[in-house]
Ligand binder design. Sequence first.
Ligand code: KIV
Length: 289
Amino acid sequence: MSTTFQLDTSTSRANPTPQPMRRLTVPKIRQRKVDGVTEEPLVMLTAYTARQAQLLDPHCDLLLVGDSLGQVIYGLPSTIPVTMEMMANHAAAVVRGSYHAVVVVDMPFGAYETSPKDAFDSAARLLKESGAAAVKLEGGEAMAETVEFLVQRGIPVMGHVGLTPQAVNVLGGYAARGRSDAEAEKIVGDAKALEEAGAFAIVVEGVIEPIAIAVTEAVSCPTIGIGASARCDGQVLVSDDMLGMFERVPRFVKRYQDLASTISDTAAQYAQEVRDRSFPGPDQLYQPK
Ligand code: KIV
């Protein structure tokens, strides 16, 4: 896939080849669902670094700078400790590394729940410091007023319902949601409230499949599933999960590669060659003229 880029050796900038079309926009994403139907599903992956963004961007409609970076990049136990600084810095790197996809940045826990004004201040800071096009926040009906406040003031919002990882301490874990009638009804109601508030798309995470389908049929904006249903209007995965960077594979993840083994085997080979002095070899050495 790196053949889609040409490296400018003076700047280390990876320029796409061929030159990409203009960057997609939030309205273009919203318009992909027409009269309840999304002909071509939306493709979203998480990205946290510039190089990762360069490699994923040509294949994606949306890149999500998820607060999953807490666990994936920083080795934190959950998304709760993730800060605004982390989100702004990684989002700026992803914007610098992408040309095509809409970049969406997660609002971290504690940055938006207290009031619509606090949410606006946090969202504005993230967009100003990173150049991302939209924010994502977790929560349904309880966040609808905030979503409306942001959208009316120029900040596109992606919603997130079902299993909302920032609420892990209330939910008691990461189990799939929507198994009881009351829970199922609430998830559909949450999604409708977000749509009415102006969310341009909604992530539906970790719900039993019939609920994911019910949400997708209930709202006119696109739904993006993760552990949800192929009948959602799009899909998202944490890139590092999909690439096989971790041994633990949740049910909803398909491991398309085994990068963990590739990296480990490569490091072992390097270590061996250093220890037996076969690296560096003649090709890697400078000789006198
Ligand atoms: O933080 C994240 O990566 C997410 C996706 C899993 C939807 O919110």
